[in-house]
Design a protein around this ligand. Sequence first.
Ligand code: LLP
Length: 438
Amino acid sequence: YGTQSVNNLGHLTIGGVDAVELATTYGTPLLVYDIALFRQRAKAFKETFKQAGIKAQVAYASKAFSSIAIYEVAKQMNLSLDVVSGGELYTAVMADFPREKIHFHGNNKSFEELQYAFDEKIGCIVIDNFLEIELIKEISEARQQSMNVLLRVTPGVNASTHDYITTGQEDSKFGFDLKNGQADDAFLKLFNHPYITVLGMHCHIGSQIFETAAFRLAAEALMEKMVEWRKKFKFVCPVLNLGGGFGIRYTSEDKPLPPSDYVQEMENVVLSMTREHNYPLPEIWIEPGRSLVGDAGTTLYKTGSTKTVPGTRTYVAVDGGMSDNIRPALYGAKYTAVSAGKMMDPHLDKVTIAGKCCESGDKLIEDTYLAEPVEGDIVAVFCTGAYTYSMASNYNRLPKPAIVFCEDGEHQLIVRRETYEDIIKLDIPLQKTDSGKL
Ligand code: LLP
């Protein structure tokens, strides 16, 4: 995975840094990012467009992992940024992310969130529904302020992935239906508006997708609609945003293509259809999240108790679990782990890695292999960079882990570990009232 390797002590290294040392320095659980890998992935996406001679924006879908430092790296890499809430937008503002490269998503943006987007003069709002059209019209007219928008549509493509994360099918809470006239109605409500500029369409068909065919079908459906709109309304879309969703390898069972292969499939559709219809080549925008940060992240845990159920299995408990990585419990997600300090150990035991939350389902990996575990070992779970910290909770009032960036043998803390004080910082003790009751 990534630039992970093994040093002469037999320890795992991440971005050139000894993982056991990182665990000692910063404590556990610790989320460690190999930032060189993030940069490599970002470059590869951009390079694919460059080679095809297509103007593009690669927007980091920051719901996968949002923090000031990762936004700073995204800025260095000239990426755009996809945010989905006032909180993510605020984080981007605090990272001084170039506002014109921020795209705002979400199926129920509040009036306040939309106003915030106007305050910050962001690059584009991806409109999801009819209410949002009214809200954006109201804000732009009241302020006499212009705004670029994309219309999110559901192209009716069923990508095969987990049910919870498919989004392109017609029965979806997201976007305007492409086939029953909803998208046309939405467009007409905005076309020729004095302040709102429609840049084009957006779709996102799901996440952790391995098949290029799904992206081809989506691109074709949107291109067909673009051709239709040109004929009907004499409108030419300058932008086609095809979302994210490119799958990565969590275990040896996953067989993803190199991320750029998905993009090439999109490019081929757009190049051939624009040629066929003599349509001006639009800019292609994509929104990778998982494929930029997923395998760049590794979580380090310390092992505690082990329990053997004779004839059944051995549980090895670690000092985190579903509070820092809900994905196994929520999606049945699979991961790969190693014992970071025992990489050369030839003898492996079959174990189940359990978390420390008060729930039987809090198992990080079932039936995996680790060098004979003893208390205090450092277990590294790979590919935990996406949708882990961003979905973390304080279940059982566990403090959220610290996060470290590594690159070329150097390391830096970028999110400090939560403390018990942090955990209670929003609590308000009962106040004494006159009656002594509430
Ligand atoms: N664009 C839009 C509009 C999205 O909704 C998403 C993800 C992305 C881009 C980025 O997709 P990616 O490249 O990361 O696959 N929590 C789930 C994943 C939810 C994805 C939500 N939307 C998980 O842990 O698997």
